[in-house]
Unconditional design. Structure first.
Length: 277
């Protein structure tokens, strides 16, 4: 069955590969960009099967217009991909407030703006599949990326709750959690607050340097990730969580095992906080 997609942030990364694959497979795509020239180029290349739209997810009015224009152009939407986002790196103590606010505005409030704009349409149709591109960094945290982790942890919680709310209405939600892939995430798309405090250089500083050092050499293949997501939205019973990449799968399993062990070890303290039964 042909799917109609609405994908944010299609100029690079997963969005670019996913839009190209969907079009190649005969689906229809509404794709958002931040520059008019990019949107026009997409529209020209997609022909009757797609439309490029200008929308910064930080701009609620632009998001609403893009969703409305996508529905008008394609007739309806089946798949919503909250892909637009970026990584802010730096020690938690040193990342300035304005950068923290921007990180959450793009990575958390941006997807929320898309969801508020599109959910009335999906609820009316009693169908649809929402993909939130989070990160393995939304399930476990690392030094030097705490602000990014916080934004993705927030999106994870929103996605889980939304899945429970809209599942009975026929709408599916999946949090897609990639590990390292060869996109621009660790390169020109990222922002860096280098540690000025010496105490953080062996932890946050080292991990930030490692991330920058392997940019372009990550094991994850964006085209294979796009194929996984393309196949995902054709499943009858898709998961709420989908770690992508071997490091993501291992990282998720390790995190859950660590939490289980820790909770079990200190369960006597937690259980003792209730009124006596």
């Amino acid at each position: 069955m042909t799917k109609h997609w609405f994908i944010t942030g299609v100029s690079t990364g997963f969005g670019k590969h996913l839009a190209a694959l969907a079009l190649a497979q005969g689906d229809k795509v509404a794709a958002t960009f931040r520059q008019q020239a990019q949107a026009d180029d997409f529209t020209q290349k997609a022909g009757a099967n797609g439309i490029g739209l200008v929308a910064d997810v930080a701009d609620e009015a632009a998001v609403k217009k893009a969703v409305a224009d996508a529905i008008a152009s394609l007739g309806h939407l089946d798949v919503i991909v909250n892909n637009a986002g970026y990584g802010s790196m730096g020690p938690i103590e040193e990342v300035p407030d304005e950068e923290v606010q921007r990180q959450f505005d793009i990575n958390v409030f941006g997807p929320l703006r898309v969801l508020r704009a599109v959910l009335p349409h999906l609820r009316a149709r009693k169908s649809g599949h929402i993909l939130n591109i989070t990160s393995i960094g939304g399930l476990r945290s690392f030094p030097g990326v705490g602000i990014y982790n916080g934004s993705k942890f927030a999106l994870e919680g929103i996605g889980e709750s939304l899945a429970a709310q809209v599942g009975p209405l026929g709408i599916k939600v999946t949090n897609v959690e990639p590990s390292g892939f060869r996109t621009d995430w660790a390169g020109r798309s990222a922002t860096f607050t280098e540690p000025a405090i010496e105490d953080y250089r062996p932890t946050a500083g080292k991990n930030m340097a490692d991330i920058q050092g392997y940019s372009g050499q990550q094991p994850g293949d964006p085209e294979r990730a796009a194929q996984a997501m393309f196949d995902l939205v054709r499943m009858d019973n898709p998961p709420v969580h989908l770690p992508l990449g071997k490091a993501a799968v291992k990282g998720a399993l390790d995190k859950f095992a660590t939490i289980t062990k820790e909770v079990e070890q200190y369960a006597h303290i937690g259980n003792g906080a209730d009124f006596p039964s």
